[in-house]
Design a protein around this ligand. Structure first.
Ligand code: AMP
Ligand code: MG
Length: 297
């Protein structure tokens, strides 16, 4: 994830983004996404050839191979229920949110994509913190492990010391950050910045929030929950895919929170499950809050 983050920064610095439209004009892919995915898939396939990998970007070819040696392993204790897992039981999901993808459709249209990107550091510097590399690990349809890498975290405060990687294994703990509680009173909701609709806004308003934080990417929104900046993440629209939610969900659950569909039911992550999450999603770090949210009409 960290190497993929370096690749994204490199491509963004060079500015030659090779933007391609996917489902529509607001669903874009850039060379940063493709190169980052090439790196992770090539590295994982070399070391773990039997795992199923589901990446957001379509077939992107061979990329830089990262040597997965013991030195690179993070401090994770494998919970006993996972120690006997076989490689071919694992499904890994990959997602990349770069600054171009986190700008709003209005900004996107007005600036004609490339215009924004060329001047990204000036026009959209705060959006750089929305950039994430997400890796999810699922077994038997359940999210069990995840990585959220933020290549530009803290970049506005420090020119030398920025970027961070946060990970979690369900049943172990979150690494790479210190998880914080949200304020004990009030209701801060985070939701989509660039895929809003009347339904999304109605769902957010149903919680009568004191504050709404509109930011890009499922990983960034889950980070706001883990940092205690928001109480709930509401996305009442079926746009998120498996790769958007699998990794963040595992990290959140390893911190004691949960991410479900809007009725409180689990989101399936089997290799055969449809990529698009059928029902809208909802997340919070406090399970009691989730119960009361799912009861909200
Ligand atoms: P957002 O909360 O709007 O940043 O969306 C989180 C992720 O869900 C994005 O990175 C997209 O991959 C995906 N997504 C959400 N809504 C849509 C949509 N309407 N079309 C395409 N992708 C979407
Ligand atoms: Mg995505």
């Amino acid at each position: 994830a960290a190497q993929a983050g370096c690749i994204i920064r490199d491509v963004m610095n060079k500015g030659n983004l090779g933007i391609v439209e996917k489902e529509n004009a607001y669903d874009l892919q850039t060379e940063a996404d493709r190169a980052a995915q090439r790196c992770i898939i090539s590295s994982l396939s070399k070391h773990f050839p039997k795992i199923t990998i589901i990446g957001e970007e379509e077939d992107t070819g061979v990329g830089t191979i990262v040597d997965v040696s013991k030195d690179n392993f993070v401090d994770v204790t494998c919970p006993s229920q996972f120690t006997e897992l076989k490689e071919d039981e694992l499904v890994m999901t990959l997602d990349f949110v770069d600054p171009v993808l986190s700008i709003s459709s209005f900004e996107c249209q007005r600036s004609g994509h490339q215009g924004v990107c060329k001047n990204l550091s000036i026009q959209c510097s705060s959006l750089l913190e929305h950039v994430t590399v997400l890796i999810g690990i699922a077994v038997n349809g359940k999210a069990i492990g995840g990585v959220i890498h933020q290549p530009y975290y803290n970049c506005e405060a420090s020119a030398n010391d920025f970027g961070r990687t946060v990970w979690g294994v369900v049943g172990d703990k979150v690494g790479g950050m210190s998880v914080q509680h949200p304020p004990s009173s009030g209701c801060i909701v985070t939701t989509t910045r660039s895929h809003s609709s009347a339904t999304v806004n109605d769902a957010v308003n149903a919680l009568t929030p004191d504050q709404v934080m509109r930011v890009g990417g499922a990983g960034h929104k889950v980070m706001l929950l883990l940092e205690g900046q928001a109480h709930a993440y509401v996305f009442a629209s079926p746009g998120c895919k498996k790769w958007d939610t699998c990794g963040p969900q595992a990290v959140l659950e390893s911190a004691g929170g949960c991410l479900t569909d809007i009725q409180g039911k689990p989101i399936p992550y089997d290799s055969t499950a449809p990529h698009r999450n059928k029902i809208r999603s909802l997340a919070t770090r406090l399970k009691d809050a989730l119960t009361s949210i799912t009861k909200t009409p």
